[in-house]
Design a protein around this ligand. Structure first.
Ligand code: 2AM
Length: 184
């Protein structure tokens, strides 16, 4: 029969103290539908829905990547979606090590048979989905977003993780499938 599809992605897990601060920021801003604490992460590669066999190949490819630990810094907030902003996120300061790791993961995933989109990687930590009509909350004030001087880090990145994401009612449920250490 047809094998079940698994929705999966690779991401950097954020330290608990940083996630706590991001939740307090969400609470202070009161905009949109906040990403729950346990789902706050920095997505590296969204793998989409893929058969278990392909996911196994992706896992094998990821486990063969050798990369050194690095640090990342979150600095300020921003919006995706132009005039109709849809996502509020924390920005990541420009980071060659992060970009290099991301491109290697994306390439490894493609080689393993995953359909990974080739668009530009904009590293970010999604904080809230801004579906104003559904949440009934106040309009997004761009000045408030621009002036929110959130800073976190440098955050050490010593590993990355592969997650499955199960959609249903309410927030997605993310479960760690594998973790890949970075080492010098
Ligand atoms: P983001 O919201 O941080 O941008 C798990 O679903 C993760 O994969 C989400 O946190 C989301 O990252 C990313 N993701 C989900 N759907 C996606 C899509 N269609 N294209 C790219 N990334 C996606």
């Amino acid at each position: 029969g047809k094998s079940a599809m698994i929705r999966a992605f690779a991401a950097i897990d954020l330290p608990g103290d940083v996630r706590d601060r991001l939740v307090r920021l969400q609470e202070a801003m009161q905009i949109g539908r906040p990403v729950p604490l346990e789902n706050l992460h920095l997505t590296l590669v969204f793998l989409g829905e893929l058969p278990e066999q392909v996911l196994d190949e992706v896992h094998l490819a990821f486990s063969q990547i050798r990369a050194e630990p690095f640090e990342l810094t979150l600095s300020g907030l921003d919006l995706f979606g132009g005039h109709k902003p849809r996502v509020l996120y924390a920005r990541v300061t420009p980071n060659p090590a992060l970009e290099h790791l991301q491109s290697r993961l994306a390439q490894a995933a493609r080689m393993a048979g995953a359909a990974v989109e080739g668009g530009r990687f904009v590293p970010h930590v999604t904080l809230a989905y801004l579906n104003v009509a559904r949440t009934g909350r106040a309009r997004i004030n761009r000045a408030v977003v621009d002036n929110m001087g959130f800073q976190a880090g440098p955050i050490p990145v010593n590993d990355i993780a592969l997650y499955r994401s199960d959609l249903g009612r309410g927030p997605a449920r993310h479960r760690e499938l594998a973790r890949y250490p970075l080492f010098a």
